[in-house]
Design a protein around this ligand. Structure first.
Ligand SMILES: NC(=O)c1ccc[n+]([C@@H]2O[C@H](COP(=O)([O-])OP(=O)(O)OC[C@H]3O[C@@H](n4cnc5c(N)ncnc54)[C@H](O)[C@@H]3O)[C@@H](O)[C@H]2O)c1
Length: 424
């Protein structure tokens, strides 16, 4: 790799997950970067060039002397730009859980110096950067924001598993305390983002823009999920209805399905929290969440109407979407649990999900299917399922069985008449 001229920018990236690792490695092509994570196992693996998220597959990406991985924050003391990319989930009441973000900020506060900049990339609700994180840093460091250090917010928009849109070709929204900070942070991102930088007028605007992007997607999917429910009640094909409607130039082509993961199914709750705190009761956002969260139950209720109590059920897919390893907030796990609780024998197969993680997180023992099932449910459209031969598919089914193809990926497969079909 060609050596880049060193600049007086020394970056610490806190949280090396789906977002932080690709970002840190990209930045290290131009700047000195310390990649910090509290997970010791993760650091050990990264130091060996292994990324279990599979976002970085090429080992050569790791052989860059500009980056070091560590779980000792004191080794990052020389940093002057701190980028926080830690998880921002919800708790069991669907309320924003800012624990990781607060912890990371406290850590930054211990090592920042005058003139430093803290950039939040984690998804938050409007106000978090300025009203929660900045005061924590001020309190813990004794420094004063806008005088001694500055804050910036730049939401991450990556879509793991997406081969078309990667960090460099996704336009980046950046906002900061003042023009100088905004220009400095934008110049850093500009090095790695070919798609360009959008300078938002304020931190709160940038925070809100991220929250509404994901809420909009959630609501659109909820709408088509509701269309499915209406079509089922009317006894007509929702697929054909959506196909017909989609011939209009401005019809939005969203597909029904399960909405899991840590973004689309979570971020609307962040937006709802901000709305409520500001005195507005959000209706459509929470209605969308309610419909999408009901989908596993909707599928379960329809399935059990069609199969015997002792049926053997196979669920194909545990990850929250196709072709990724991420099983966080898996709605297939919710579906599995519904069958399990009602006494069905249910197997789950997912060639991408990590077996140990599935067991720890959901008590689901992933299997390679080797028996005949009365009901096979495809919840995730992994390439491996798409490519399955008709012979292999047929071998999974018992006589008089049911295929629930939520992703409509086996439409073209020739299957015998004893396999009846149901889909969204
Ligand atoms: N994954 C995505 O598709 C995506 C896309 C856009 C935005 N985001 C947002 O980006 C943020 C990060 O998401 P992610 O998917 O990369 O999460 P992740 O779970 O993949 O990774 C986060 C990493 O942060 C580490 N961590 C946790 N607490 C820490 C702390 N206090 N200090 C340092 N490290 C800590 C964890 O060990 C983990 O390795 C979230 O706010 C998420 O909503 C994610």
């Amino acid at each position: 790799m060609k050596k880049q001229a060193k600049q007086n920018v020394n970056i610490m990236v806190l949280g090396l997950g789906y977002v932080g690792l690709p970002l840190a490695l990209e930045l290290a092509r131009f700047f000195t970067v310390s990649g910090f994570d509290t997970n010791k196992e993760r650091i050990k693996e990264l130091n060996k060039g292994i990324d279990i998220t599979k976002e970085i597959i090429k080992k050569s990406y790791f052989s860059n002397s500009n980056i070091k991985f560590t779980n000792n924050y004191l080794e990052c003391k020389k940093s002057n730009i701190f980028i926080i990319t830690v998880p921002t989930p919800v708790n069991n009441k669907n309320e924003p859980d800012l624990k990781n973000l607060k912890e990371a900020s406290k850590l930054v506060a211990k090592i920042i110096n005058k003139g430093d900049i803290i950039v939040i990339e984690s998804t938050v609700y409007p106000g978090v950067t300025e009203e929660i994180i900045a005061p924590i840093i001020e309190n813990k460091s004794g420094l004063i924001r806008k005088q001694d250090f500055n804050m910036a917010y730049s939401p991450e928009r990556i879509n793991p598993g997406d081969t078309k849109y990667k960090i460099s070709n996704i336009k980046k929204v950046v906002a900061a305390d003042d023009k100088k900070t905004l220009n400095k942070v934008s110049a850093i991102y500009k090095k790695i983002i070919k798609a360009g930088i959008y300078k938002a007028p304020s931190i709160k605007i940038a925070e809100t823009s991220k929250a509404i992007e994901n809420a909009q997607r959630d609501i659109n999917i909820a709408f088509v999920n509701e269309v499915v429910m209406i079509c089922k009640a009317l006894n007509i094909s929702s697929k054909k209805v959506l196909e017909a409607a989609n011939t209009k130039w401005n019809f939005l082509n969203f597909k029904p399905g399960l909405v899991g993961g840590h973004c689309i199914g979570v971020d609307p709750f962040y937006l709802a929290k901000a709305a409520k705190m500001a005195g507005h009761n959000p209706e459509i956002i929470l209605a969308g969440r309610k419909i999408n969260d009901y989908m596993p139950e909707f599928i379960f209720k329809n399935a059990v109407k069609k199969i015997e109590k002792k049926s053997k059920v196979l669920i194909l897919g545990l990850t929250f979407k196709e072709n990724v390893k991420d099983i966080r907030n898996s709605k297939s796990a919710v579906l599995e649990n519904l069958f399990h609780k009602k006494g069905y024998s249910v197997d789950v197969y997912d060639p991408l999900a990590d077996k140990k993680q599935a067991l720890e997180e959901y008590k689901i023992k992933l299997v390679v299917p080797n028996k005949k099932y009365t009901c096979v449910i495809i919840t995730v459209g992994h390439k491996e399922f798409l490519k399955m031969s008709s012979k292999k598919i047929i071998s999974l089914f018992a006589k008089q069985s049911l295929l629930i193809d939520i992703k409509n990926i086996w439409n073209e497969k020739k299957l015998p008449d004893y396999i009846s079909k149901w889909s969204l």
